[in-house]
Design a protein around this ligand. Structure first.
Ligand SMILES: *Cc1c(COP(=O)(O)O)cnc(C)c1O
Length: 354
């Protein structure tokens, strides 16, 4: 690829034996692209994976000018592919705009990431349900104390072989509806994948874990009345046969690529979807009336994550008897089928790595 230098490691690591889990192992190489004001993005290079050397006064360490993405490469038949990678590179520029980080050229950056996956191709796991998780991120690199946008940045991408999210089939998660802490408010950074959003979510996550819940469902940050989303997943409800999901107009919710894919699939099946504000009270009322049929999260890591239990205050809602709903299963089967090449790709979502 023109404009990309590749330096291969002389000391490749041993591949992990046993379960991969998520986020535990990293491949032999990483991609780095520098940005300098006035010059733009330059010096794209693939180098051996290793520690970064940063001056302790580097601005990203103090003021959090740091955004990231999450995407996956898969074995698609006998080829390697990524799922809608241009969407991720468009989104990193949207996050960047909010944090005064310069935009990237989606085509060039997708190609550079594809080259990185090719260099580490033997790290893409082969077992069903496994994949190579891709973590692109941008950090500000000016050495300076003072709240001010940086004039230099690094775009870095690391790769991480990950196991099947569901070893024994899709299993429902327990979710705690957070009614004390807030994740984002209108005018804030909720629609971006910026590091600070996740730092702000940790305390709620730890407290929910302490009560036996896997994740938190965030309500709107002002009134705690309306449903926003889960920690790293968008949320979808099936109420009385209707699919309902929060709309994105508040700017407090991340526009998930899995969410977008789910909505496009439902549209292609002529299943209507309501994108609107959803009062959490409406969910509780639907539950009491026996009309809350399915709840699921959607995001790159798990694709579709059925919710088996929702706890809101003192109210505990058991959804679909802790079983996976028919629509959740169908969406999971279709999206993973398209990703792995088991099903045709009518939408052109699969980006083949050549
Ligand atoms: C990444 C993320 C999602 C899911 O987005 P995908 O593009 O589907 O992976 C949803 N919500 C939050 C807060 C996220 O960070």
């Amino acid at each position: 690829m023109e404009g990309l230098q590749i330096t291969r490691t002389q000391t490749p690591k041993q591949k992990p034996q046993g379960p991969l889990g998520f986020g535990r192992y990293f491949t032999d190489h990483m991609l780095i692209i520098d940005y300098t004001e006035g010059k733009g993005w330059h010096d794209a290079r693939i180098v051996p994976y290793g520690p970064l050397s940063l001056d302790p006064a580097t601005t990203s360490l103090h003021y959090g000018q740091l955004i990231f993405e999450g995407m996956k490469a898969y074995r698609c038949g006998d080829k390697l592919a990524m799922f809608r990678p241009h969407e991720n590179m468009k989104r990193i520029s949207i996050s960047g705009e909010r944090l005064c980080i310069p935009p990237v050229d989606a085509d060039f950056f997708v190609q550079a990431i594809a080259e990185l996956v090719k260099v580490d191709a033997d790290w893409v796991p082969k077992e069903p349900g496994t994949s190579l998780y891709i973590r692109p991120f941008i950090i500000s690199t000016d050495v300076f104390l003072g709240v001010h946008p940086s004039s230099t940045y690094q775009f870095i991408t690391i790769l991480c072989p990950v196991g099947s999210y569901y070893e024994g089939g899709l299993s429902p998660v327990k979710i705690y509806v957070e009614n004390q802490y807030a994740r984002s408010v209108q005018g804030g950074t909720g629609f971006t994948k910026c590091a600070g959003n996740y730092a702000a979510s940790l305390k709620a996550q730890v407290e929910a874990n302490g009560q036996g819940y896997a994740q938190v469902l965030w309500l709107d940050g002002v009134s705690r009345k309306y449903v926003d989303e889960v920690g790293a997943m968008n949320i979808v409800f099936v109420i009385d046969g209707k699919v309902v999901t929060p709309d994105l107009s508040s700017g407090t919710i991340l526009a998930g690529i899995t969410r977008k894919s789910v909505l496009e699939l439902l549209h292609s099946w002529n299943i209507p979807v309501e994108e609107r504000k959803i009062p959490i009270q409406e969910i509780a009322d639907a539950y009491d009336a026996g009309k809350l049929q399915e709840v699921f999260g959607c995001g790159t890591a798990a694709v579709i994550s059925p919710v088996g239990e929702l706890k809101w205050g003192d109210k505990v809602m058991h959804i679909n008897n802790g079983k996976i709903g028919a629509l959740s299963q169908k969406l999971y089967d279709n999206i993973t089928g398209i990703q792995t090449g088991a099903l045709p790709d009518p939408f052109g979502w699969v980006y083949e790595i050549k």
